[in-house]
Ligand binder design. Structure first.
Ligand code: 13P
Length: 281
């Protein structure tokens, strides 16, 4: 199965009433772990990396690796540039072959966000790639470096934003936040339902780590078709390595590598099952 466009996966998910997991990765082991889960569950998936993570994983190195891994997978996999901040990096991702990009203008005034997102959509189109935008503010920040306050999406504004930008996927803020929640969030399902009634595009839930399985299922029922998972994968990899050391299972570098792959694999399997996308590849 070739590398695919995000819109192909999300439109099928919309029809089928499930969500596709968009898993953040930062090295080859995480990519291998996610794709092992994808192959085993015969599920579609999205591999993603956010611009703030590039200090640790340079785009010119991790990007081609992600694209090659997607091409090599027997299931449909899209490769996404998450929380793009600069046109320079978004363009670099598109040049590398990413099949979708997100411009995160959620912190900007409405008009500016709409304008810069619409321009990114036009740029992505030139590469036959897709564009995600965000309206409202998801809390925290992708790498935990900023404490951005939650600002729930206004459904009416979401519709206006969609009309102005024609994005292929729209991220909404319904009380969700990046990173580990201190307690399970109280999601605004009413806002999600209203937004989904008005906006005829697949909706995206950021801040997937720590959301309860029943809340994920409810979000999917109400119109979420892409769910971003980052912290849970990083935590699962770290825990898998720590446990393997504690159990004396690491006797050299390749055992360490195996533990990393397994950590990413177990986290992806868990979410794929909850999102209802196994056997949908
Ligand atoms: P978490 O780190 O909370 O899983 O959020 C991931 C995310 O939304 C990436 O865009």
């Amino acid at each position: 199965m070739p590398l695919v466009k995000m819109s192909t996966l999300l439109n099928e998910a919309r029809e089928g009433g499930y969500a596709v997991g968009s898993f953040s990765v930062s090295n080859m082991e995480m990519v291998l772990g996610v794709l092992k889960a994808v192959e085993e569950t015969k599920s579609p998936a999205i591999l993603q990396i956010a611009e703030v993570r590039l200090n640790h994983s340079p785009l010119e190195i991790i990007g081609p690796l992600m694209v090659a891994a997607a091409r090599n997978c027997s299931m449909p996999v899209a490769v996404h540039f998450d929380h793009g901040k600069t046109t320079e990096k978004i363009k670099q991702a598109l040049d590398i072959g990413f099949t979708s990009v997100m411009l995160d203008g959620s912190h900007l005034p409405f008009e500016e966000n709409a304008e810069i997102t619409a321009a990114t959509k036009l740029l992505a189109q030139k590469y036959d790639a897709d564009c995600e935008g965000e309206i409202g503010c998801v809390g925290g920040s992708e790498d935990g470096s900023e404490d951005i306050a939650i600002n729930c999406t206004s459904p009416v504004q979401a519709l206006e934003f969609y009309k102005k930008t024609n994005v292929d996927a729209l991220a909404v803020a319904i009380g969700n936040a990046h990173g580990n929640y201190k307690q399970a969030p109280k999601l605004r399902f009413d806002i999600l339902e209203e937004t989904a009634k008005l906006v005829k595009a697949p909706l995206v839930l950021h801040g997937g780590t720590g959301i309860l399985p029943e809340d994920f299922r409810k979000c999917i029922k109400l119109g979420i078709n892409k769910i971003n998972i980052a912290t849970a994968t990083f935590d699962s990899v770290e825990k898998s390595v720590r446990t393997a050391y504690e159990n004396g299972a690491i006797n050299g570098y390749y055992d360490l590598q195996t533990a990393e792959v397994e950590g990413a694999y177990h986290n992806a399997i868990k979410h794929i099952e909850i999102f209802g996308c196994s056997m949908k590849g």
